[in-house]
Design a protein around this ligand. Structure first.
Ligand code: SAM
Ligand code: SF4
Length: 398
């Protein structure tokens, strides 16, 4: 080596979507719009503007509220009437929303794969959108998976348990023998294609005793992520499945600790979306992810979120629209936070209407409305900010 040679660090391998001439890439103007939209969102929040100049970057919208399952803890088990979107009104609304939206979650507390799959793919291609899919995986056959894969930002499969009897009890009337091949295929292909793939499990008295073994089941199939969800009181049966009431907090803590240890042994990441002291994120393995617009947008937004303590990141950039047009500022969609109706009002009147502005104003003043007070999304934002302050003593948010 002479004096002038330079040793470069090993190159980081960035995996990208492999080129497929039949899958047109979104027009570059959309990327430019995404960047401008993000910069405007930073400006709006930093200036404490309640009227936003940016649009939502994540949209939760499904054409139908239907589901093919009746999971015991879910509101679907109460057999709510099915609502379908008016196709013309929905198309008009989507044209406007996708001017800024990059990440599309095609759900409405429903099953996204009951939507027309070809239409979903077409929307992604035409609008430059990426799918945030939460699915029960019953319809995620290998053929459907391969159709959707080029457009998936992240795939979450809700199975709750790998134990057939438990799965079939809590996710009625699913058949384990039909479901597991779909889940196994998606886990394997997700690892091959570097698509973030998560298994969701709700903390219930039937599910938590098997969580440590669920880690093995997922790891054996190439999975690297499990998220444990807090049981919300969403259905008339939900409370009857409460693990803490049934087993006691100490036993639940022990079982989660067993799960955590097993995940460390098997190199699998865990997210406990649970109230304190059970909450936590345990990273045991790097999970290579292909790079595209949606995870760039998500990464910059996460960085932005920790600059706005107490201001819910969802209120900054999320919009949920039910098939009947009712719009909400977050995935939980509490009735009190309804912003308006996108079929009955112009988009601007909903996104920047009096209800939206008053919610933003309350967030800026750190006086969140009742439904936001104990919400885990806002609690996580506050915890992240606190952590940042602890780590760098002289840091102050924007
Ligand atoms: C309502 S589902 C809709 C998407 C899709 N049908 C599915 O099951 O993934 C979204 C997530 O909410 C979870 N979920 C349903 N009821 C819940 C409850 N009472 N508490 C916490 N999570 C719940 C599901 O298990 C799933 O992971
Ligand atoms: S959790 Fe998902 S699959 Fe189960 S009933 Fe609810 S919407 Fe359907």
């Amino acid at each position: 080596m002479n004096n002038y040679s330079v040793e470069y660090p090993p190159r980081t391998r960035v995996r990208t979507r492999s080129f497929n001439p039949e899958t047109p890439m979104p027009a570059p103007s959309k990327v430019e719009r995404e960047l401008q939209n993000f910069v405007k969102s930073v400006r709006s929040v930093a200036r404490r503007n309640t009227k936003f100049q940016h649009g939502p970057s994540t949209l939760e919208f499904s054409h139908t509220s239907a589901c093919n399952l009746r999971c015991v803890m879910c509101s679907q088990s109460d057999n709510l009437p099915v609502v379908k979107a008016d196709p013309e009104k929905a198309a008009k609304f989507l044209d406007k929303a996708f001017e800024s939206v990059v990440i599309w979650n095609p759900s409405a507390t429903s099953e996204p794969l009951l939507n027309d799959i070809d239409d979903m793919v077409r929307t992604c291609v035409e609008k430059g959108a990426w799918l945030e899919l939460y699915t029960n995986a019953t319809r995620l056959t290998p053929a459907v998976y391969e159709k959707l894969a080029p457009h998936i930002h992240r795939l979450t499969m809700s199975i709750d348990s790998h134990v057939p009897e438990v799965l079939e009890t809590v996710r009625w009337p699913v058949k384990a023998s039909k479901l597991f091949p779909n889940v196994e295929y998606a886990l394997r292909r997700g690892a091959e294609l570097s698509i973030p793939t998560i298994i969701n499990a709700v903390l219930m008295k039937e599910t938590v005793p098997h969580f440590a073994d669920l880690v093995d089941w997922v790891a054996d199939r190439g999975g690297k992520e499990i998220t444990v969800l807090d049981l919300l009181d969403s259905s008339s049966q939900a409370r009857g499945h409460d693990a803490i009431e049934d087993l006691g907090i100490e036993r639940v803590q022990e079982l989660l600790e067993d799960m955590r240890e097993r995940a460390a042994e098997r190199g699998l990441n865990l997210t406990f979306l649970l109230p304190p002291p059970l909450a936590g994120r345990y990273t045991n393995v790097e999970n290579p992810t292909r790079i595209h617009e949606a995870n760039v947008v998500e990464a910059v937004q996460e960085a932005h979120a920790s600059e706005m303590p107490g201001f819910c990141p969802m209120v900054a950039s999320y919009l949920k629209v039910m098939p009947n047009g009712d719009a909400y500022p977050c995935c939980r969609a509490p009735h009190e936070l309804k912003l308006g109706n996108v079929y009955e009002q112009p988009f601007e009147e909903v996104w920047n209407g009096a209800k939206a502005q008053s919610l933003r104003s309350a967030m800026f003043q750190n006086k969140p409305p009742e439904p936001c007070k104990n919400c885990l999304v806002r609690a996580k934002n506050l915890a992240d900010v606190e952590q940042k302050i602890v780590e760098s003593g002289d840091w102050v948010p924007l």
